[in-house]
Design a protein around this ligand. Structure first.
Ligand SMILES: [Zn+2]
Length: 221
């Protein structure tokens, strides 16, 4: 990918970018800017970390933790309740079937779905994290990018992409592939950090979900 083109133009609509959400944020001695595309309602990090830098970022085992737990017990329990609630909401649209969780992490959401009668498939870039999901819960977890596995078209009933699109250099291609894999009437559930959040308005570069330079994109619609 040509970094010079990315620095000036939106990756999606190709509009020239000349406004900033944030400027000169220093992470590990590198200066980053967050450009805004008003047309796509999206903000893009510049420069993107190189493939080598991304590999280093994600090479520390389970995403930012070596213990298998990212948060304290209380927060983990609240997140668990959130997963149960999400399963109920998905079941309002599709009773049961096969769900793909793109970027399934430690497999906690897929485990909840499977206990609710769903067949599950996950994808996970980080080998150590994928290994945790496979060994701890016996889940089927594919490595790398979903597109490379060439799953059968219209073979899924639900796709979950939770707090993942902002990490990817090709979020639009992942959504396109998800659409190809979904049956008619299937459901795609996406959650992303929202720049309209009051926490960002108040905290700016200190906002927890800004998470540079892990997050390449931020959304505001
Ligand atoms: Zn754009």
């Amino acid at each position: 990918m040509n970094q010079n083109i990315l620095s000036l133009h939106c990756l999606f609509c190709k509009k020239e970018l000349n406004t900033f959400v944030l400027k000169n944020i220093i992470i590990n001695k590198t200066s980053y800017d967050l450009y805004d595309c008003s047309k796509c309602k999206i903000s893009m990090l510049h420069p993107f970390p190189s493939e080598e830098e991304l590999t280093n970022l994600y090479s520390c085992g389970n995403y930012r933790t070596n213990t298998g737990k990212r948060f304290g017990l209380t927060i983990e329990f609240l997140i668990y309740l959130g997963r149960l609630s999400k399963r109920r909401r998905i079941s309002k649209y599709v009773k049961t079937g096969t769900i793909l969780d793109i970027g399934c992490g430690r497999g906690l959401f897929l485990n909840v779905m499977r206990r609710g009668g769903w067949h599950t498939i996950g994808t996970e870039f980080n080998e150590e994290t994928a290994s945790y999901a496979i060994k701890t819960y016996g889940l089927k977890v594919l490595s790398g990018d979903i597109a490379q596995h060439k799953l059968l078209p219209e073979s899924l009933d639900a796709v979950n992409i939770s707090q993942v699109l902002e990490h990817l250099k090709n979020p639009h291609e992942v959504i396109k592939e998800s659409h190809r894999l979904l049956r008619s009437g299937g459901i795609i559930v996406i959650s992303v950090p929202d720049l309209r959040s009051p926490q960002f308005t108040l905290g700016k570069e200190k906002w927890f979900l800004l998470d540079l330079s892990y997050h390449l994109f931020h959304f505001n619609e």
